[in-house]
Design a protein around this ligand. Sequence first.
Ligand code: NVA
Length: 313
Amino acid sequence: MSIRSFLRDDDLTPAEQAEVLDLAARLKAEPYDHQPLAGPRTVAMIFDKPTLRTQASFAAGIAELGGHPMLVDGTLAGIGKRESVADVARVLGRQAAQIVWRTYAQTDLDEMASYAGVPVVNALTDEFHPCQLLADLLTIREHKAPEGKSLAGLTAAFLGDGACNMGNSWLLAGATAGMHVRISGPEGYVPDTAMFARANEIGAATGGSGSAVADPVAAVTGADVVITDTWVSMGKEDEAAERRAVFGPWSVTSDLVAAAEDDAIVLHCLPAYRGMEIAAEVLDGPRSVVWDEAENRRHAQKAVMTWLESKRT
Ligand code: NVA
């Protein structure tokens, strides 16, 4: 028996990513067309960090696929404390068709996938947020490459805390899509060099690339897509003051967006802090596609779950 999981962005090859995005677009047009979880089969969702969009979009998406979303309270379960990740995986794998987990360490997620015997989906870790990236790419397709055209050749500028899960995921998923991804943040807040190396390794096949561009204006100049995220990711709350002291120049303001392409779009995975990483007039302005992006979580994740079911052999 062979099973695929979706733990990080480069778990999908470029062809597989395109296939999942095509499926997401189809499921958006025909929400009840695919019922791979009919029965209903249960999908376990575990959240060790706060959530709104992820819980809501997975629960709604699982239901639309004919399945039953089972919320497992991460605090009650005490995964890794009350019992090992491996034992939790073995138990949940006997109850659920798939396991969706938001947690801290990527290594814990990897361990869950090793022992579960069912597909495991990353609903955000400290290192990656791959479901968000599929929603982002679907949103960019809709606005920049309608009719399923490739995203290859587009330039994306990610501003702010490039060292967070979103910066890493943008490098890998963007390069997989053949995009040029620029990461711009203060010193100490850019991804590890290994992440850039991996993006450029992927880019060698797709034409994409990943680079660090310290100056925010230079990073945004000529960009088709401008992205930001909170400066204080979940789990980093103790560092809020020191982070806010250095991130100011990377705030996505109207002036900064003016340096991008005239038809550039602005993405933010939310929750957003207006006046911090993004100006209210940008988030709520005509370039912003953040509500499409939030909706697209459901369609993208439905496509991932459907695709993972199709890969069971
Ligand atoms: N980087 C953010 C993403 C929130 C969806 C965090 O980890 O809190």
